[in-house]
Design a protein around this ligand. Structure first.
Ligand code: SAM
Ligand code: SF4
Length: 364
């Protein structure tokens, strides 16, 4: 990136005027901004595009962490199957349905059901049953249950799920291979994203940023990957080391690290907003784990979705993907009040009782 030829004002103006207006090296240049003034201008431009294309307001989804059993061993994740320090749980269908009912009573119009990855007929049928039971609530349901066969995705779609979030984690197959055991396939993940589109979901993907060995060029390629796949929703956030994982074991944690990870996460949100304009972008919980105001900062950098936890507090400590997970003891009612105050403090409001479908999807 030739910084001396990088005219920030001109780049931000072109990016604000039209989606997909930046070159890969301009995307990289925006991701590399580290001075406060430059970042402030970047975030303000991205927030203005968010307001123009997605409206003034924030979409909320209740997040249910349905279980931490996982067949996979991703090297970064706290609930990977080889972490024997984790107390494993799986919510019953009744427990998921009552979390959905509670979310509805708290005015959420959308729900995300997330868990470790389990494949097989029994699990497919279990999720189908859950979806059929919550369908009468009329919530917009997102699933985030990992890689599955196209047939399974189709059955869950038929049972009422409308959106699916499957992060690609990184668009670089080489970096992906360094973060996963040999039995995980980047190609299969891409194929799953295509299958989700074919089966009629609003499709979401995303990456982790601040991964070891990851460059700004990798992150620029991630944003181009979102554009290539023409996704509707993006859920991405900083990688946060977990001490009981191969990738996080020897990481020494400093407040400066946390600040840098947060800032990179915010720049990824802002540049993605400037490149894609009308997709839904979540202010990930990982931002809040790095800074109590991380979620609000994400919204001011161009995100338009928040996903507060509505899982029973009895299970929250058992679903720790990374260090510093927030709101471990705050039940859904407290969360709702806290969220409202925090969002009001940045001059935005939550669009309660609205599903908040991706505007990009609406135009498809
Ligand atoms: N098992 C499903 C899957 O992997 O798609 C869904 C649940 S998984 C826990 C959701 C996301 O958590 C992953 O896509 C990954 O990006 C994120 N994650 C896992 N470990 C993380 C870490 N240490 N720091 C930040 N994000 C992490
Ligand atoms: Fe399992 Fe998802 Fe964690 Fe990988 S990221 S170990 S698939 S829960």
């Amino acid at each position: 990136m030739e910084n001396e030829r990088f005219d920030l004002e001109d780049v931000l103006r072109r990016a604000s005027d039209a989606p997909r207006a930046l070159t890969p090296s301009e995307i990289e240049g925006l991701l590399a901004i580290e001075d406060e003034d430059g970042m402030g201008r970047l975030f303000a431009a991205a927030h203005a595009v968010k307001v123009r294309r997605c409206g003034m307001g924030v979409a909320a989804r209740g997040l249910v962490e349905a279980g931490n059993m996982c067949a996979k061993d991703c090297l970064y994740c706290g609930i990977r199957k080889s972490n024997s320090a984790v107390r494993r749980y799986a919510l019953s269908a009744d427990e998921i349905v009552s979390a959905a009912e509670e979310a509805k009573s708290l005015d959420y119009a959308s729900l995300v059901i997330q868990s470790g990855e389990i494949e097989g007929e029994a699990h497919t049928r279990f999720i189908e049953e859950v979806l059929r039971r919550i369908a009468p609530l009329g919530l917009g349901v997102t699933l985030s249950l990992g890689e599955q066969t196209e047939e399974t995705y189709a059955r869950w779609r038929a049972a009422g799920a409308e959106r699916y979030l499957l992060r690609i984690e990184t668009s670089s197959p080489a970096l992906y291979a360094r973060l996963h055991p040999a039995d995980c396939s980047w190609e299969r993940r891409v194929e799953c994203l295509r299958a989700l589109r074919r089966t009629g979901y609003q499709v979401g993907t995303g990456v982790m940023c601040a991964l070891p060995g990851q460059t700004h060029a990798d992150l620029a390629a991630d944003i181009l990957f979102y554009a290539d796949l023409d996704v509707d929703m993006i859920g991405m956030g900083p990688y946060i080391p977990h001490a009981d994982t191969p990738l996080g074991r020897d990481v020494k944690w400093t407040p400066e690290d946390a600040a840098q990870r947060l800032e990179l996460g915010l720049r990824m949100i802002a540049v993605t907003r400037l490149y894609l304009h009308d997709v839904n972008i979540a202010a990930a919980t990982a931002l809040q784990a790095l800074d109590p105001e991380g979620r609000e900062k994400g919204l001011l950098a161009g995100a338009n979705v928040v996903m507060p936890n509505v899982t029973d507090v009895a299970y929250r400590a058992d679903y720790q993907l990374y260090a510093g997970k927030p709101c471990l003891n705050e039940n859904s009612t407290l969360c709702r009040g806290c969220l409202e105050r925090r969002i009001a403090a940045i001059g935005e409001t939550i669009n309660w009782k609205q599903r908040g479908d991706s505007p990009h999807w609406g135009k498809r």
